[in-house]
Design a protein around this ligand. Structure first.
Ligand code: PLP
Length: 388
């Protein structure tokens, strides 16, 4: 059994979450519950595989082996009931660089790309930094759960959108999209000839009874118009090793993406990324089940405490991810005031909702992939900041 309660000192390890706060929030003495990485060690088999490689001592150019694609295909088949063929895979240092590549491969400057806000901030940056136009079809918060306004979604697709970037499960809304929703999305994208860029980096972080469904697994014709982005980095806390993959069943699209990667000079994963990815997918299943259970108890704790002591706040029940999206709008504070209170009175670093686009104002995002003691302290600080 992994001891998720262990408090591991991450300061001075070049950790963005722990050592990057001064840069972002202006001070470093905050409790960090922001950026999406965990304060847990990955499965011991991953650490052992990396150590073995370090002990070998030579770090030359590295090839991607068949054993890696085999490990990925086994993982997608057992965890997601999706039979991925090894030849459909393309590798990349991260989902963000991959989406950049896909934008460059299939759109021209000025083309429209659709997102669903409030959504992971870099979605906006990726579109804008490639001089494409952001089109937004905001999610609707209905009875405490985010849903898609399909009339608006279709209207936006009809208006000449080229790519739809889907966040599945959705960060920060916490939705694990259902088969029916995914089917409607894909049918509409097919109808209007829109490519689906499905960011499924949080796919593995879904506790029962919810079930992640890769949109491309639903139908061959959906797979044909979809590029799926996955990685072991959120799942097993390996963001620093920078390794991810794309699943691209359509051959000509695959060649196009590979050509853009080549023109950017990308040719291989780094040694440690490839090793960590394979070890995690081969040996990480039991670790992940334990992590999901642990995270669930953290989520339940936050829900209970916020419900009892901060009645003006509303926790959006996450169906997946380890990120809790909290509605603070009833407090009537401006975003600047909310931020100031949480940073200065609470001494707590969270992500602030306005950065997630329209509909994110007045919300905060709290990362609970950390020891229970941190969550208890975090809630205490939230009460200090926002309680009466
Ligand atoms: C939805 C989503 N996509 C992508 C990423 C980052 O992916 P990568 O580190 O592989 O570029 C994150 C990280 O938080 C995320 O939440």
């Amino acid at each position: 059994m992994m001891n998720f309660d262990e408090n591991i000192d991450r300061k001075n390890t070049r950790s963005l979450k722990w050592d990057g706060m001064k840069n972002l929030f202006g001070r470093e003495d905050l409790l960090p519950m922001w950026v999406a990485d965990m304060d847990f060690r990955p499965p011991k088999e991953v650490i052992a595989a990396l150590k073995e490689r370090v002990d070998h001592g030579i770090f030359g150019y590295t090839i991607v082996t068949e054993s890696l694609s085999e490990a990925i295909c086994d993982w997608t088949s057992t965890r997601h009931n999706w039979n991925v063929k090894p030849e459909w895979l393309l590798y990349s240092p991260g989902v963000i660089p991959s989406i950049h590549t896909v934008i460059q491969a299939f759109t021209e400057p000025g083309d429209k790309i659709l997102v669903q806000s409030p959504v992971y901030t870099p979605f906006f940056h990726m579109i804008e930094r490639n001089s494409r136009e952001v089109v937004n079809s905001p999610l609707i918060l209905k009875n405490g759960r985010y849903v898609i306004d399909f009339d608006d979604f279709e209207k936006k697709l009809r208006d000449g959108v080229k790519i739809f970037i889907l966040s599945s499960p959705h960060n920060p809304a916490g939705r694990v999209w259902e088969k029916e929703e995914l089917t409607t999305i894909a049918e509409l994208c097919k109808k209007y000839d829109v490519l689906i860029a499905s960011d499924e980096i949080h796919a593995d972080l879904v506790p029962a009874p919810y079930k992640h469904v890769p949109i491309a697994s639903l139908d061959e014709s959906f797979a044909d118009i979809t590029i799926t982005f996955m990685a072991p980095t959120k799942t097993f806390n390996l963001a620093g090793v920078q390794a991810s993959f794309m699943v691209v069943p359509n051959k000509s699209r695959r060649s196009k993406i590979a050509a853009i990667q080549a023109s950017d000079g990308f040719s291989m994963l780094n040694t440690f990324g490839a090793i960590a990815m394979e070890a995690a997918y081969r040996h990480g299943s039991a670790w992940l089940d334990q992590a999901l259970n642990y995270i669930q108890t953290n989520i339940e704790y936050v829900k209970k405490e916020v419900g009892t002591h901060l009645p003006d706040l509303k926790v959006i029940d996450p169906e997946g991810t380890y990120l809790i999206w909290i509605d603070c709008r009833k407090l009537g504070l401006s975003d600047a005031e909310l931020k100031k209170r949480i940073l200065e009175k609470g001494e707590l670093a969270l992500n602030f909702g306005h950065a997630y686009g329209p509909g994110g104002e007045g919300f905060v995002r709290m990362n609970v992939a950390c020891p229970k003691a941190t969550v208890i302290e975090g809630v205490k600080r939230l009460r200090m900041a926002l309680g009466e």
